[in-house]
Design a protein around this ligand. Structure first.
Ligand code: ZN
Ligand code: ZN
Length: 646
């Protein structure tokens, strides 16, 4: 009997019978693994566990924690949902039903019937019944003609349209219970693996994403192998909704999106501006300590500038079209600040003694995002980068990378955010996508890796994630909900100095090219503030809170004293408001709580006599009476230290 050699992820090789399945191999490894196995990765491709393996292969058993396992699980759940839909609504036509990042959906055509919440409950209940039967997902190969005949008989025009693109190929069907679908797979072994189900919502979706086609109904759902995991997932979804920066931004009056101004062009309201400016002040201060100087550049630049940099025409799809004058001169709303800064560098002769030169600007840039992609502050068309460009000598590159990485780490630590870094390299198989020659890239990639190793950064490598002019260190930040965001970046560039003919005179009297480091810890002020709002759920640390304290007189008799207290705090630099309204004190306290003001200072007879304030802290309640001086000292110290907790 013939044998095949199977290579496991740890490098061990074992011999199995020809045609062994992933399931058999998993059982051979351990009973526990076989119980948890959902699918198998064979030479990088995800397969059903039951599919025979007929050649030497490298193999990995996929469980719930693996992306491939999870996708097979959710993909199988989409089929299960389709089966339940068909049971209740015979004649439903099916579009596509893929797994997505957090669950799965199916696009369906039910004619005139619009799905209701009750329908979802009914479908969900049937899905539970169906997975209780624990039937297998069975793969079957069909000829193209057989597949077409099946869906013609069933009367499913969408599947027939999909088959049109697969002409001449071997088609695979998957069956489970009474349901058959056209599908590549892979799928999990049986429906019984699905233990917890939640159908989340219904939305309209054009067939194949085109407005010219019919609008179908898209049902979103999510499933898990245990009830506990579903519960945790639903909790996170609720939290994400509660923390949604668009909702909190409106409630706390931080920013406003006006259709009159335009999509993706947020307006910063006074309270949001306080947060933005506090962040800018914080970073500007840290930069000043590290030898940066500030510059200011205009919002538009001559189109030729962007032709030199290569941003135009190669990236013109993501830019607003050029502004063309009568004399033919053309300008671009700046998509990047870099070319402007390069001109500042080039404005006078530079010597090796001048370097490094660190030019910083909170510079606003414009990108043309498709209108469907706008999302509050996190996806916009005009945003401000906390940009800076460091022009240095080759022998200074590593030191400059190191200090910019340290600055970026300091920034995220200040917000209590967990950071992982990605070394973003170019894809050597696609070199035409990148500027500059191989020697520069090798050198820049080696430099960032050496710094990452020396600094013992927690990093992973992302091939193909570099920008077109250089490799980067990207900071992947985890927020309070455990979601990962790509924020700051540090980038090494040997290409632009060449394109812009930047130079300095070396100690040898010769001309040399500097190296440029592009960096932006926040990335974009808009996106960063959007993420901060969700990270803190609007309960900002004291130093960022738009209003840090509110004084609440119990009655009008104490209004004068309240004014004195508020005046003293304001004078000392605390952002303080006075609630003069003729309302009950309980109402005023509740109102300040919903506005998430960190401190409420209640003043009445006792406080006025004793020259004190009765302090309440947001979500923590009564802290008791304090002298005005003691409260001021405590507050100023927390603000100055940028404490996360007071
Ligand atoms: Zn499928
Ligand atoms: Zn730049």
């Amino acid at each position: 009997m013939a044998h095949i050699n199977i290579t496991f992820p740890d490098g061990t090789v074992k011999e199995f019978g020809h045609g062994s399945t992933g399931k058999q191999i998993a059982e051979h490894v351990s009973k526990g693994l076989a119980r948890e196995a959902l699918a198998v990765e064979v030479n990088g491709e995800v397969w059903d566990l039951g599919r025979p393996i007929t050649a030497d292969s490298s193999l990995r058993i996929l469980k719930w924690g693996d992306d491939g396992g999870k996708y097979a699980f959710w993909h199988s759940s989409a089929h299960l949902m389709a089966e339940a839909i068909e049971a209740h609504y015979p004649g439903t036509k099916f579009g596509i039903g893929p797994p997505i990042e957090n669950g799965f959906y199916y696009d369906i055509d039910m004619g005139d019937h619009t799905l209701t919440g009750e329908d979802l409950v009914r479908i969900e209940k049937t899905m539970y019944e169906l997975c209780g039967r624990d039937v297998p997902y069975v793969r079957e190969e069909k000829s193209w003609d057989e597949a077409v005949a099946y869906f013609k008989k069933k009367g499913d025009p969408y599947k027939l349209e999909l088959l049109e693109d697969l002409k001449g190929e071997t088609i695979t069907f998957y069956h489970q219970g009474d349901f058959t679908d056209l599908c590549y797979g892979p799928h999990i072994p049986s429906t019984g693996r699905i233990k917890a189900i939640k159908l989340l919502s219904v939305a309209g979706a054009y067939w194949r994403g085109s407005e010219k086609n019919k609008m179908l109904q898209r049902i979103y759902g999510v499933t898990f192998p245990t009830a506990k995991e579903l519960e945790e997932h639903l909790f996170r979804l609720e939290e994400a909704k509660r923390r949604d920066h668009r909702k909190i931004g409106q409630e706390l009056e931080l920013f406003h999106l006006s259709p009159a101004v335009g999509s993706g062009l947020p307006l910063w309201l006074p309270k949001g501006t306080v947060i933005r400016e506090s962040l800018i002040e914080f970073l500007r201060d840290e930069q000043r300590k590290r030898g940066y100087v500030s510059v200011v550049t205009p919002h538009i630049g001559n189109l030729e500038l962007y032709k030199t940099s290569g941003h135009y025409p190669y990236y013109k799809d993501s830019q607003f079209p050029p502004i063309v004058l009568e004399n033919g001169e053309a300008f671009l709303l700046k998509p990047m600040n870099c070319p402007h800064h390069h001109q500042i560098y080039a404005a006078k002769p530079r010597s090796y003694r001048d370097l490094p030169i660190r030019l910083a600007e909170f510079g606003t840039v414009y990108r043309y995002e498709q209108s469907g992609e706008m999302n509050g502050l996190t996806r916009v068309r005009g945003f401000t980068q906390d940009d800076a460009h460091i022009y240095c000598r080759h022998d200074q590159v590593k030191q400059e990378i190191r200090t910019t990485v340290e600055l970026t780490q300091l920034v995220f630590e200040t917000f209590g955010m967990e950071v992982r870094t990605r070394l973003s390299y170019r894809d050597d198989k696609n070199v035409e996508k990148y500027g500059g020659d191989a020697a520069f890239w090798d050198r820049a990639q080696r430099e960032i890796k050496e710094v990452a190793d020396e600094m013992k950064l927690n990093y992973f490598v992302g091939v193909g994630e570099a920008s077109f002019y250089g490799p980067k260190i990207d900071f992947m930040v985890k927020d309070a909900l455990g979601r990962t965001w790509q924020l700051g970046t540090v980038q090494v560039d040997y290409v632009m100095p060449e394109r812009f003919q930047l130079e300095y005179t070396g100690s040898d009297g010769q001309k040399h090219r500097p190296v440029i480091i592009h960096r932006a810890p926040f990335g974009s002020m808009e996106r960063f503030v959007g993420i901060l709002i969700e990270h803190f759920a609007g309960e900002f640390p004291l130093w960022l809170a738009p209003v840090q304290a509110v004084v609440l007189p119990i009655t009008d008799a104490y209004l004068e004293y309240a004014k004195q207290v508020c005046g003293q705090l304001t004078e000392a630099g605390v952002r303080c408001e006075l609630d003069e309204r003729n309302e009950k004190i309980g109402y005023k306290i509740r109102d300040s709580e919903t506005k998430k003001v960190p401190f409420m200072l209640v003043v009445g007879e006792k406080e006025m006599q004793g020259n004190t304030v009765a302090v309440r802290q947001h979500t923590k309640g009564d802290l008791g009476a304090m002298t005005r001086e003691a409260f001021l000292a405590k507050t100023l110290s927390a603000i100055q230290q940028k404490s996360l907790t007071v």
